[in-house]
Design a binder for this molecule. Structure first.
Ligand SMILES: CC(C)(COP(=O)(O)OP(=O)(O)OC[C@H]1O[C@@H](n2cnc3c(N)ncnc32)[C@H](O)[C@@H]1OP(=O)(O)O)[C@@H](O)C(=O)NCCC(=O)NCCS
Length: 365
């Protein structure tokens, strides 16, 4: 398809895949700090070489203006999602576009939406798919977002709205400053859980490999009806997480165990900015954003039968205490749906405040 110098193409050659994966490096080149994607992982994803491949049908698209790639997106049919929710919903992931190239981006989104419709999808979502996509920032533009989250420029919203999308969900990112007062609150929370017969163990204490399976089972149970989620298997999580056993993840991630049964799970990471963020030379990140001082809880779940007894608060508390021992001064509590009051209250009970906002888009096809 070609209109006014714009060409919309399927990405199916090795060179085009490389260019697709490298596009964010151009779009975010002027940023002081940003999270670059792993090029090889993106190429593996679009060439179907990932653990997810058996569950996904993916078609990658790009828009070019006079030959130069100016926007990209992947149209994904996630069979696990469809089976889980009995909903013919496809996902648009990997979206990026240069500012000033909205016509090209909108034409590309239309082509990607048609591809989903052609594969039987009745709706498209962009901004959330478990392990595949994260929502679009609506504030904090130009600032380094929390680990895993998008730091998209504002014009992305014009692209999606022009392509007929609506806001489907709002999401929030929280941050707690690990003051001595809060650390004392966390100690009390862990002590109360322990006194009630709930053991809060780090993944290292539990046994890291067994903890991966426990996390998978607890998370699948806790997130069963959580919007946007689809179940994952032990077989795919093991290779994805096993290499983290020798990192602080093993000490910061927690399980809650009652009578040998894991009932709660937390996955937390240390400050990833020093390893993974691209920070321009001479730039010092705010301590609440990174530079060695910001850890993050990225996932928390408690089985329904054990809820409302302070278990989430106790697991997060112990995780945050461990972060403080490792000289982190801030802890993220990352990505809560606006209508997930149980999780919002948990974040607030940990003394965390809202520090960034995001949305996910949807369009009927
Ligand atoms: C969110 C979740 C982890 C909370 O687990 P929990 O063990 O029941 O939470 P806690 O008992 O530790 O409660 C922590 C705080 O949240 C409040 N809270 C918990 N559930 C609540 C609910 N359904 N409505 C309102 N407040 C609630 C508690 O009152 C407590 O606040 P307080 O200390 O001010 O009294 C649990 O509901 C869950 O697993 N949900 C499904 C998965 C999920 O949504 N995970 C979070 C994704 S961001």
């Amino acid at each position: 398809m070609s209109l006014g110098g714009i060409t919309i193409e399927r990405v199916d050659t090795r060179d085009a895949c490389q260019e697709f994966a490298r596009l964010p490096y151009h779009i975010y080149a002027a940023r002081e700090a940003w999270w670059p994607p792993d090029i090889q992982s993106e190429i593996d994803m679009i060439t179907r070489k990932t653990h997810f491949a058996p569950f996904l049908d993916l078609e990658a698209f790009s828009a070019r203006r006079r030959g130069r790639m100016v926007a990209r997106v992947s149209a994904v049919v996630n069979h696990r999602y469809i089976q889980h929710w009995s909903e013919q919903l496809g996902h648009l992931i990997h979206f990026e576009a240069y500012e000033g190239e909205e016509d090209a981006a909108v034409a590309m989104i239309e082509a990607a939406a048609e591809s989903l419709a052609g594969r039987g999808m009745k709706a498209a979502r962009s901004g959330f798919a478990a392990f595949l996509d994260y929502p679009y920032a609506i504030d904090g533009y130009g600032r380094l977002p929390s680990f895993l989250l998008r730091g998209n420029p504002p014009h992305y919203h014009r692209c999606f709205k022009r392509a007929g999308f609506e806001t489907e969900k709002g999401q929030t990112d929280f941050t707690a400053e690990l003051t001595s007062e809060l650390l004392e609150r966390y100690r009390r929370s862990v002590a109360a859980a322990t006194a009630a017969g709930v053991a809060i163990k780090s993944w290292r204490e539990y046994g890291f490999l067994a903890a991966i399976d426990a996390w998978t089972d607890v998370t699948n149970a806790a997130f069963l009806r959580h919007w946007g989620w689809n179940p994952v298997t032990r077989a795919e999580m093991r290779p994805m997480l096993a290499s983290l056993w020798e990192t602080p993840v093993a000490d910061l991630s927690m399980l809650a165990v009652i009578d040998d049964e894991p009932v709660g799970a937390v996955f937390s990471v240390p400050d990833m900015t020093t390893m993974l963020a691209q920070v321009r030379r001479g730039v010092r990140l705010e301590p609440s954003r990174g530079g060695g001082t910001r850890g993050a809880l990225v996932n928390i779940g408690v089985k329904e039968s054990a809820r409302g007894r302070g278990i989430a608060a106790a697991m997060a508390s112990r995780s945050f205490l461990r972060m403080a021992e490792r000289r982190m001064r801030f802890a993220g509590y990352t990505l809560v749906l606006d209508d997930n009051w149980a999780s919002r209250r948990t974040a607030e009970s940990l003394g965390a405040h809202i520090t960034a906002n995001f949305i996910t888009y949807r369009r009927n096809l």
